[in-house]
Ligand binder design. Structure first.
Ligand code: DAH
Length: 340
Protein backbone atom coordinates (compact mmCIF):
# COMPACT_ATOMS: atom_id res chain seq x y z
CA UNK A 1 0.00 0.00 0.00
CA UNK A 2 2.75 2.34 0.94
CA UNK A 3 4.33 1.75 -2.41
CA UNK A 4 1.10 2.36 -4.23
CA UNK A 5 0.58 5.68 -2.44
CA UNK A 6 4.18 6.59 -3.15
CA UNK A 7 3.54 5.94 -6.84
CA UNK A 8 0.35 7.93 -6.89
CA UNK A 9 2.11 10.80 -5.16
CA UNK A 10 5.07 10.76 -7.54
CA UNK A 11 3.01 10.57 -10.71
CA UNK A 12 0.69 13.30 -9.31
CA UNK A 13 3.63 15.63 -8.74
CA UNK A 14 4.78 14.95 -12.30
CA UNK A 15 1.33 15.55 -13.80
CA UNK A 16 0.91 18.73 -11.77
CA UNK A 17 4.25 19.91 -13.02
CA UNK A 18 3.20 19.26 -16.61
CA UNK A 19 -0.13 21.07 -16.38
CA UNK A 20 0.27 24.34 -18.26
CA UNK A 21 -3.13 25.92 -17.75
CA UNK A 22 -5.78 26.16 -15.07
CA UNK A 23 -8.22 23.84 -16.91
CA UNK A 24 -5.40 21.28 -17.42
CA UNK A 25 -4.57 21.47 -13.70
CA UNK A 26 -8.19 20.91 -12.85
CA UNK A 27 -8.19 17.78 -14.96
CA UNK A 28 -5.19 16.48 -13.02
CA UNK A 29 -7.03 17.21 -9.76
CA UNK A 30 -10.07 15.27 -10.95
CA UNK A 31 -7.92 12.32 -12.08
CA UNK A 32 -6.47 11.99 -8.59
CA UNK A 33 -8.94 13.44 -6.10
CA UNK A 34 -12.19 13.42 -8.09
CA UNK A 35 -15.01 10.87 -7.57
CA UNK A 36 -13.28 8.42 -9.86
CA UNK A 37 -9.77 9.61 -8.96
CA UNK A 38 -6.86 7.35 -8.11
CA UNK A 39 -6.56 8.40 -4.49
CA UNK A 40 -10.31 8.31 -4.00
CA UNK A 41 -10.19 4.71 -5.21
CA UNK A 42 -7.59 3.94 -2.56
CA UNK A 43 -9.82 5.49 0.11
CA UNK A 44 -12.73 3.41 -1.11
CA UNK A 45 -10.53 0.32 -0.74
CA UNK A 46 -9.92 1.05 2.98
CA UNK A 47 -12.72 -1.33 3.89
CA UNK A 48 -10.54 -4.21 2.68
CA UNK A 49 -7.63 -3.20 4.92
CA UNK A 50 -7.26 -5.14 8.14
CA UNK A 51 -8.77 -3.13 11.01
CA UNK A 52 -5.46 -2.98 12.93
CA UNK A 53 -3.70 -1.49 9.88
CA UNK A 54 -6.39 1.08 9.15
CA UNK A 55 -5.12 3.96 11.32
CA UNK A 56 -1.65 3.72 9.82
CA UNK A 57 -2.90 3.36 6.23
CA UNK A 58 -5.43 6.12 6.86
CA UNK A 59 -2.69 8.44 8.03
CA UNK A 60 -0.56 7.59 4.98
CA UNK A 61 -3.47 8.30 2.62
CA UNK A 62 -4.09 11.61 4.37
CA UNK A 63 -0.46 12.62 4.16
CA UNK A 64 -0.41 11.77 0.45
CA UNK A 65 -3.60 13.74 -0.10
CA UNK A 66 -2.24 16.77 1.74
CA UNK A 67 0.98 16.62 -0.24
CA UNK A 68 -0.90 16.46 -3.55
CA UNK A 69 -3.28 19.23 -2.51
CA UNK A 70 -0.52 21.59 -1.53
CA UNK A 71 1.27 20.83 -4.83
CA UNK A 72 -2.00 21.55 -6.68
CA UNK A 73 -2.47 24.78 -4.73
CA UNK A 74 1.08 25.94 -5.37
CA UNK A 75 0.73 25.25 -9.07
CA UNK A 76 -2.64 26.96 -9.18
CA UNK A 77 -1.19 30.12 -7.62
CA UNK A 78 1.65 30.04 -10.13
CA UNK A 79 -0.66 29.55 -13.14
CA UNK A 80 -2.98 32.31 -11.93
CA UNK A 81 -0.09 34.73 -11.61
CA UNK A 82 1.07 33.83 -15.10
CA UNK A 83 -2.42 34.26 -16.55
CA UNK A 84 -2.73 37.67 -14.91
CA UNK A 85 0.63 38.74 -16.23
CA UNK A 86 -0.33 37.65 -19.75
CA UNK A 87 -3.57 39.59 -19.49
CA UNK A 88 -1.79 42.72 -18.32
CA UNK A 89 0.54 42.46 -21.27
CA UNK A 90 -2.17 41.86 -23.84
CA UNK A 91 -4.30 44.69 -22.48
CA UNK A 92 -1.48 47.16 -22.07
CA UNK A 93 -2.40 50.69 -23.20
CA UNK A 94 0.25 52.87 -24.75
CA UNK A 95 -0.70 56.28 -23.47
CA UNK A 96 1.88 57.91 -25.74
CA UNK A 97 0.03 56.91 -28.96
CA UNK A 98 -1.68 60.03 -30.36
CA UNK A 99 -5.46 59.85 -29.91
CA UNK A 100 -7.89 59.46 -32.78
CA UNK A 101 -9.27 62.84 -33.78
CA UNK A 102 -13.05 62.74 -34.05
CA UNK A 103 -14.50 65.36 -36.36
CA UNK A 104 -17.14 67.48 -34.75
CA UNK A 105 -19.49 69.87 -36.45
CA UNK A 106 -19.60 73.61 -35.90
CA UNK A 107 -22.16 76.29 -36.50
CA UNK A 108 -22.37 77.78 -39.98
CA UNK A 109 -20.44 81.09 -40.21
CA UNK A 110 -23.67 82.96 -40.95
CA UNK A 111 -25.23 81.45 -37.82
CA UNK A 112 -22.11 82.29 -35.81
CA UNK A 113 -22.27 85.97 -36.86
CA UNK A 114 -26.04 86.06 -36.34
CA UNK A 115 -25.64 84.64 -32.81
CA UNK A 116 -22.81 87.02 -32.04
CA UNK A 117 -24.91 90.00 -33.14
CA UNK A 118 -27.89 88.78 -31.11
CA UNK A 119 -25.59 88.52 -28.06
CA UNK A 120 -24.22 92.02 -28.55
CA UNK A 121 -27.63 93.61 -29.11
CA UNK A 122 -29.08 91.53 -26.29
CA UNK A 123 -26.47 93.01 -23.95
CA UNK A 124 -27.60 96.49 -25.09
CA UNK A 125 -31.21 95.69 -24.18
CA UNK A 126 -32.63 94.85 -27.62
CA UNK A 127 -35.42 92.27 -27.94
CA UNK A 128 -35.58 89.84 -30.85
CA UNK A 129 -38.55 89.88 -33.23
CA UNK A 130 -38.63 87.27 -35.99
CA UNK A 131 -40.95 88.09 -38.85
CA UNK A 132 -42.10 85.91 -41.73
CA UNK A 133 -40.33 85.29 -45.03
CA UNK A 134 -43.52 85.76 -47.03
CA UNK A 135 -44.74 89.33 -46.70
CA UNK A 136 -47.34 91.56 -48.26
CA UNK A 137 -46.35 94.35 -50.58
CA UNK A 138 -47.76 96.72 -47.97
CA UNK A 139 -45.39 95.71 -45.14
CA UNK A 140 -42.35 95.23 -47.35
CA UNK A 141 -42.74 98.50 -49.29
CA UNK A 142 -45.77 100.75 -48.92
CA UNK A 143 -45.72 101.13 -45.13
CA UNK A 144 -42.00 101.80 -45.42
CA UNK A 145 -42.73 104.88 -47.50
CA UNK A 146 -42.20 103.07 -50.80
CA UNK A 147 -45.55 103.13 -52.65
CA UNK A 148 -46.14 101.33 -55.95
CA UNK A 149 -44.74 104.06 -58.21
CA UNK A 150 -41.77 104.95 -55.97
CA UNK A 151 -38.40 104.82 -57.78
CA UNK A 152 -36.74 103.24 -54.73
CA UNK A 153 -38.58 100.01 -55.54
CA UNK A 154 -36.01 99.51 -58.29
CA UNK A 155 -33.28 99.24 -55.62
CA UNK A 156 -34.56 95.76 -54.80
CA UNK A 157 -35.47 93.16 -57.43
CA UNK A 158 -38.45 91.48 -55.87
CA UNK A 159 -39.74 87.92 -56.14
CA UNK A 160 -43.50 88.39 -56.28
CA UNK A 161 -45.73 85.43 -55.39
CA UNK A 162 -48.88 87.33 -56.41
CA UNK A 163 -49.66 91.03 -56.83
CA UNK A 164 -50.14 91.19 -53.07
CA UNK A 165 -47.64 88.67 -51.66
CA UNK A 166 -43.87 88.51 -52.10
CA UNK A 167 -40.71 87.04 -50.57
CA UNK A 168 -39.55 89.84 -48.31
CA UNK A 169 -36.66 91.79 -49.78
CA UNK A 170 -35.68 93.32 -46.45
CA UNK A 171 -36.17 92.65 -42.76
CA UNK A 172 -37.32 96.29 -42.53
CA UNK A 173 -40.84 94.87 -42.97
CA UNK A 174 -40.54 93.74 -39.33
CA UNK A 175 -40.33 97.38 -38.18
CA UNK A 176 -43.93 97.98 -39.20
CA UNK A 177 -45.24 94.81 -37.51
CA UNK A 178 -43.50 95.74 -34.27
CA UNK A 179 -44.70 99.38 -34.30
CA UNK A 180 -48.25 98.26 -34.98
CA UNK A 181 -48.17 95.78 -32.11
CA UNK A 182 -46.27 97.73 -29.49
CA UNK A 183 -46.14 101.29 -28.14
CA UNK A 184 -42.79 103.05 -27.68
CA UNK A 185 -40.29 102.65 -26.12
CA UNK A 186 -39.31 100.11 -28.77
CA UNK A 187 -35.89 98.52 -29.01
CA UNK A 188 -35.81 95.48 -31.26
CA UNK A 189 -33.66 93.58 -33.70
CA UNK A 190 -35.16 91.36 -36.36
CA UNK A 191 -32.88 88.76 -37.95
CA UNK A 192 -33.95 86.64 -40.91
CA UNK A 193 -33.64 85.53 -44.50
CA UNK A 194 -34.45 87.94 -47.31
CA UNK A 195 -34.74 87.37 -51.07
CA UNK A 196 -33.83 89.35 -54.15
CA UNK A 197 -33.35 88.49 -57.79
CA UNK A 198 -29.67 89.30 -57.63
CA UNK A 199 -26.72 86.99 -58.20
CA UNK A 200 -22.97 87.66 -58.39
CA UNK A 201 -19.82 87.23 -56.26
CA UNK A 202 -21.15 89.43 -53.48
CA UNK A 203 -24.91 88.96 -53.96
CA UNK A 204 -27.07 85.89 -53.53
CA UNK A 205 -30.81 85.51 -54.25
CA UNK A 206 -31.20 84.51 -50.60
CA UNK A 207 -29.24 86.18 -47.84
CA UNK A 208 -29.61 87.16 -44.21
CA UNK A 209 -30.21 90.53 -42.66
CA UNK A 210 -30.60 91.91 -39.21
CA UNK A 211 -32.86 94.87 -38.81
CA UNK A 212 -32.72 97.17 -35.82
CA UNK A 213 -35.28 99.70 -34.60
CA UNK A 214 -35.27 102.04 -31.64
CA UNK A 215 -38.20 104.38 -31.01
CA UNK A 216 -38.38 106.53 -27.90
CA UNK A 217 -38.52 110.13 -26.74
CA UNK A 218 -35.61 112.26 -27.93
CA UNK A 219 -33.85 109.69 -30.14
CA UNK A 220 -31.39 111.31 -32.59
CA UNK A 221 -28.71 110.34 -35.09
CA UNK A 222 -26.17 110.70 -32.24
CA UNK A 223 -27.77 107.74 -30.43
CA UNK A 224 -27.37 105.71 -33.61
CA UNK A 225 -23.71 106.72 -33.96
CA UNK A 226 -22.97 105.91 -30.30
CA UNK A 227 -24.56 102.49 -30.58
CA UNK A 228 -22.78 101.71 -33.85
CA UNK A 229 -19.38 102.67 -32.38
CA UNK A 230 -19.88 100.18 -29.60
CA UNK A 231 -21.20 97.52 -31.97
CA UNK A 232 -18.28 97.61 -34.43
CA UNK A 233 -15.70 97.48 -31.64
CA UNK A 234 -17.32 94.28 -30.42
CA UNK A 235 -17.47 92.74 -33.91
CA UNK A 236 -14.23 93.88 -35.50
CA UNK A 237 -12.04 94.82 -32.51
CA UNK A 238 -11.47 97.69 -30.06
CA UNK A 239 -9.57 99.89 -32.53
CA UNK A 240 -12.45 100.04 -35.02
CA UNK A 241 -14.26 103.36 -35.55
CA UNK A 242 -17.24 104.36 -37.71
CA UNK A 243 -17.99 107.03 -40.25
CA UNK A 244 -21.42 108.01 -41.58
CA UNK A 245 -21.95 108.97 -45.22
CA UNK A 246 -25.16 110.51 -46.54
CA UNK A 247 -27.34 108.04 -48.40
CA UNK A 248 -30.94 107.44 -49.32
CA UNK A 249 -33.54 105.01 -48.03
CA UNK A 250 -37.25 105.85 -48.29
CA UNK A 251 -37.96 104.87 -44.68
CA UNK A 252 -35.23 106.98 -43.04
CA UNK A 253 -34.56 110.72 -43.14
CA UNK A 254 -31.70 111.48 -42.95
CA UNK A 255 -30.28 108.19 -44.22
CA UNK A 256 -26.69 107.10 -43.85
CA UNK A 257 -24.32 104.46 -45.11
CA UNK A 258 -22.07 103.30 -42.27
CA UNK A 259 -18.38 102.58 -42.88
CA UNK A 260 -15.94 101.04 -40.39
CA UNK A 261 -12.23 101.83 -40.32
CA UNK A 262 -10.44 98.92 -42.04
CA UNK A 263 -9.70 96.35 -39.36
CA UNK A 264 -7.07 94.71 -41.58
CA UNK A 265 -4.79 97.69 -42.21
CA UNK A 266 -6.00 99.97 -39.43
CA UNK A 267 -7.07 102.60 -41.99
CA UNK A 268 -3.81 102.94 -43.94
CA UNK A 269 -5.28 101.37 -47.07
CA UNK A 270 -5.03 97.75 -48.22
CA UNK A 271 -6.67 95.30 -50.64
CA UNK A 272 -9.60 94.65 -48.29
CA UNK A 273 -10.60 98.33 -48.10
CA UNK A 274 -9.47 98.94 -51.70
CA UNK A 275 -6.98 101.50 -50.50
CA UNK A 276 -9.59 103.75 -48.89
CA UNK A 277 -9.09 102.77 -45.25
CA UNK A 278 -12.87 102.33 -44.86
CA UNK A 279 -15.28 99.44 -45.39
CA UNK A 280 -19.03 99.86 -45.89
CA UNK A 281 -20.97 97.66 -43.48
CA UNK A 282 -24.59 98.75 -43.16
CA UNK A 283 -27.37 101.18 -43.92
CA UNK A 284 -29.17 103.20 -41.27
CA UNK A 285 -30.90 106.45 -40.47
CA UNK A 286 -33.46 108.36 -38.47
CA UNK A 287 -36.86 106.78 -38.99
CA UNK A 288 -38.89 108.82 -41.48
CA UNK A 289 -41.81 110.56 -39.73
CA UNK A 290 -44.14 109.24 -42.42
CA UNK A 291 -43.33 105.67 -41.35
CA UNK A 292 -43.86 106.41 -37.65
CA UNK A 293 -47.12 108.24 -38.32
CA UNK A 294 -48.37 105.39 -40.52
CA UNK A 295 -48.04 103.16 -37.46
CA UNK A 296 -49.92 105.63 -35.26
CA UNK A 297 -46.88 106.97 -33.42
CA UNK A 298 -46.98 110.63 -32.38
CA UNK A 299 -43.93 112.22 -34.01
CA UNK A 300 -44.17 115.30 -31.79
CA UNK A 301 -43.27 113.03 -28.88
CA UNK A 302 -41.31 110.17 -30.36
CA UNK A 303 -38.49 109.69 -32.82
CA UNK A 304 -36.37 106.70 -33.75
CA UNK A 305 -33.44 105.27 -35.59
CA UNK A 306 -33.22 102.12 -37.69
CA UNK A 307 -30.48 100.10 -39.28
CA UNK A 308 -30.11 97.05 -41.52
CA UNK A 309 -27.06 94.79 -41.45
CA UNK A 310 -26.19 92.19 -44.09
CA UNK A 311 -25.02 89.19 -42.08
CA UNK A 312 -23.20 87.44 -44.96
CA UNK A 313 -21.35 90.68 -45.61
CA UNK A 314 -20.12 90.81 -42.00
CA UNK A 315 -19.17 87.10 -42.14
CA UNK A 316 -17.27 87.62 -45.41
CA UNK A 317 -15.35 90.56 -43.96
CA UNK A 318 -14.66 88.85 -40.66
CA UNK A 319 -13.44 85.57 -42.12
CA UNK A 320 -11.84 86.88 -45.32
CA UNK A 321 -14.29 85.20 -47.72
CA UNK A 322 -14.39 86.85 -51.15
CA UNK A 323 -17.32 85.04 -52.76
CA UNK A 324 -20.72 84.84 -51.09
CA UNK A 325 -21.34 81.47 -52.81
CA UNK A 326 -18.77 79.86 -50.51
CA UNK A 327 -21.21 80.48 -47.68
CA UNK A 328 -23.98 78.52 -49.39
CA UNK A 329 -22.11 75.63 -51.02
CA UNK A 330 -21.72 73.59 -47.79
CA UNK A 331 -18.11 72.75 -48.69
CA UNK A 332 -16.65 71.36 -45.45
CA UNK A 333 -13.14 72.38 -46.49
CA UNK A 334 -14.32 75.98 -46.19
CA UNK A 335 -16.72 75.65 -43.27
CA UNK A 336 -14.29 73.62 -41.12
CA UNK A 337 -11.92 76.58 -41.05
CA UNK A 338 -14.44 78.92 -39.52
CA UNK A 339 -15.14 78.29 -35.87
CA UNK A 340 -15.01 81.21 -33.46
N1 DAH B 1 -33.52 97.65 -45.79
C1 DAH B 1 -32.30 98.17 -46.31
C2 DAH B 1 -31.79 97.25 -47.41
O1 DAH B 1 -32.15 96.12 -47.40
C3 DAH B 1 -31.26 98.29 -45.25
C4 DAH B 1 -31.59 99.37 -44.28
C5 DAH B 1 -31.13 100.64 -44.49
C6 DAH B 1 -32.37 99.13 -43.18
C7 DAH B 1 -31.41 101.66 -43.63
C8 DAH B 1 -32.69 100.17 -42.32
C9 DAH B 1 -32.17 101.41 -42.55
O2 DAH B 1 -33.43 99.99 -41.22
O3 DAH B 1 -32.49 102.42 -41.69
O4 DAH B 1 -31.05 97.67 -48.24
Amino acid sequence: MEEKLQKISESAVLEIEKADSLPALNEVRMAILGKKGELTAVLKGMKDVAPEDRPKVGQMVNETREKIESALEAKKTKLEAEALKKRYESEKIDVTIPGEVHKHGNLHPVTQVRNQLIDIFGSMGFEVYEGTEIETDHYNFTALNTPQDHPARDMQDTFYLSPEFLLRTQTSAGQIHVMEAKKPPIKIISPGKVFRSDDDATHSPMFTQMEGLVVDKGITLCDLKGMLDELVKKIFGEETTTRLRPSYFPFTEPSVEVDVSCFQCGGKGCSLCKGTGWIEVLGAGVVNNKVLQGCGIDTDVYSGFAFGIGIERIAMLKYGINNIKLLFESDLRVLDQIDD
